[in-house]
Design a protein around this ligand. Structure first.
Ligand code: NAD
Length: 492
């Protein structure tokens, strides 16, 4: 699939050049090669996409659910056929390793598979004889036009937390990818173009803030799904809700991993290193704080420092590389500044990833894994998301201290515990204020048939992405109370 240098939008079943005044460079973060240009589409182009989707909606919602999912089966087959290319595109524009891109696309496809179950997932309820001869039923109908606004760190997967369910439920749709990584969705839409969907059922509009605001304000868009930073999630939730739309907005995170003295240190370290440094720490489920309890402190910290030191950093397309670059030069500067602040505030930089130079990729946005120990608990660096390969290590005396520390944070995306004690695990699962819990797991990423949860400042809304939550989000319930008096029947 060759893409034009200047990316286009896909509106009403046609690729169209944007009238944007401004185009941004799309940059490979490892090589700094400019891969193409993405338009910052104006509000008028969101309007055209929303109108196209609204026009397609009446016929699409009348298409029987078993017929609608046939398109998704075709999409799954095409995604599988073009998997290598999609995975390479993710690595090239986003920087993660090919292995990580494979995992990402697997979850994207899994969501298509789950959404193929819509004919049963979308079923309603009936109670006969709520009074004599009167029946009551609840049916689910699509909301109308939905839109997804995506972040940079999973260019292939995140629109799939929403889009397959939206379409399967009979909605029409619009995707706005991150302007930093728009190539993968161009390729996904080239495949969507081949499956024969009626024109306007799916639309792609590239852009930045102005494009997002146009989505939030367009009267024909009824449901907005957002994934990105907390500040923007809060803003989008407020503006979408003020305009009467449904909104589900996933935000940032500061995920803790607790290590009890009875944990298997070898396993814990290996898994925590993958969690903290996988995807260069740019994962909303990345471990960014490790809290050891009692005697776990010394062996865990030492083993983590070794694991951080040994991690192979480089270009994600190289087979032996375990960690790629961060997304932009600005991110690199911001993360290195955060490490410096941690040190200024009294933290010890056990492993310092600043100033990384990768042979052959000297201009790439690389930071090596970094470990900061004993930063004061109240400092900003312990409290805010860094979104880079930086793990803070803190030590406490009891599991209760660890849980209170976890629950004192503003985020609630994920919390993990490493232990061999079942009752400690149960207590942790029960008491921790986070939407995704890992027990001897470092990245507790829900499969597509579970909701992708998130609490506190990590989520604004009530229904999450994926699975039945997505079906609930993309349908509105209609309750019908029916009386059919026997005396009206001519036959019986
Ligand atoms: P971001 O918030 O900067 O951007 C996300 C999207 O919002 C992009 O499409 C962007 O164009 C748009 N946007 C940015 N600023 C805007 C503004 N002021 N007004 C309107 N739209 C705006 O996020 P990012 O840097 O692309 O992604 C990283 C963030 O996403 C991290 O905080 C990470 O934790 C979070 N994230 C969360 C989850 C989750 O499930 N909770 C998953 C992935 C990423």
């Amino acid at each position: 699939m060759d893409l034009p240098r200047k990316l286009r939008n896909y509106v009403g079943g046609t690729w169209v050049e944007s009238s944007a005044i401004e185009y941004l460079d799309i940059t490979n973060p490892a090589t700094t090669e400019v891969l193409g240009k993405v338009p910052l589409s104006p509000a008028s182009e969101v309007g055209q996409a929303a109108e196209a989707a609204a026009s397609a909606f009446p016929a699409w919602r009348r298409t029987p659910a078993p017929d609608r999912i046939q398109y998704l089966f075709k999409l799954k087959a095409l995604l599988e056929e073009h998997l290598d290319e999609l995975e390479r595109t993710i690595t090239v524009e986003c920087g993660k390793t090919l292995e990580e891109s494979k995992g990402e696309m697997r979850r994207a496809i899994e969501n298509v598979e789950v959404a193929c179950g819509i004919p049963s997932m979308m079923q309603g309820k009936v109670t006969e004889d709520i009074a004599s001869g009167i029946d009551e039923l609840m049916i689910r109908q699509p909301v109308g036009v939905g839109a997804a606004i995506a972040p940079f760190n999973f260019p292939g997967m995140i629109p799939f937390w929403f889009m397959p369910y939206a379409l399967a439920c009979g909605n029409t749709y619009l995707v706005k990818p991150s302007e930093r990584v728009p190539l993968t969705m161009q390729k996904v839409f080239a495949l969507l173009d081949q499956i024969g969907l009626p024109k306007g059922v799916v639309n792609l509009v590239n852009g930045g803030r102005e494009t997002v605001d146009a989505i939030l304000d367009h009267p024909k868009i009824g449901a907005v799904s957002f994934v990105g930073s907390t500040k923007v999630a809060r803003y989008i939730y407020g503006r979408a809700a003020a305009n009467g739309k449904r909104a589900q907005c996933q935000g940032g995170a500061k995920n803790p991993v607790i290590v009890l003295p009875d944990a298997d240190i070898e396993m814990t370290t290996r898994i925590t290193a993958d969690s903290a440094f996988g995807c260069a720490g740019q994962r909303c489920l990345a471990a960014s704080l490790a809290i050891t309890v009692g005697a776990a402190a010394q062996p865990f910290t030492q083993a983590m420092a070794e694991a951080a030191d040994q991690r192979q950093v480089g270009y994600g397309l190289d087979a032996n590389v375990q960690m790629g670059p961060v997304i932009t030069a600005e991110s690199k500067v911001r993360i290195e500044r955060a490490i410096a602040e941690g040190a200024e505030q009294g933290g010890q930089v056990l492993v310092d990833g600043r100033g990384a130079r990768i042979p052959g990729f000297e201009h790439g946005f690389f930071i090596r894994p970094t470990i900061l120990e004993n930063i004061p608990i109240q400092s900003e660096i312990v409290r805010t998301e860094i979104f880079g390969p930086v793990l803070g290590v803190l030590h406490v005396e009891t599991i209760d201290d660890a849980i209170s520390l976890v629950n004192s944070g503003r985020y609630g995306n994920m919390a993990c515990l490493f232990t061999s004690d079942g009752s400690a695990a149960r207590k942790f699962r029960y008491e921790c204020e986070a939407g995704n819990i890992g027990i001897n797991i470092g990245v507790a990423a829900p499969m597509a048939f579970f909701p992708f949860s998130g609490w506190k400042d990590s989520f604004f809304g009530d229904l999450h992405g994926q699975s039945m939550d997505a079906v609930e989000f993309f349908t509105q319930k209609k309750v019908v109370v029916e009386r059919w008096p026997k005396t009206w029947s001519r036959k019986f």
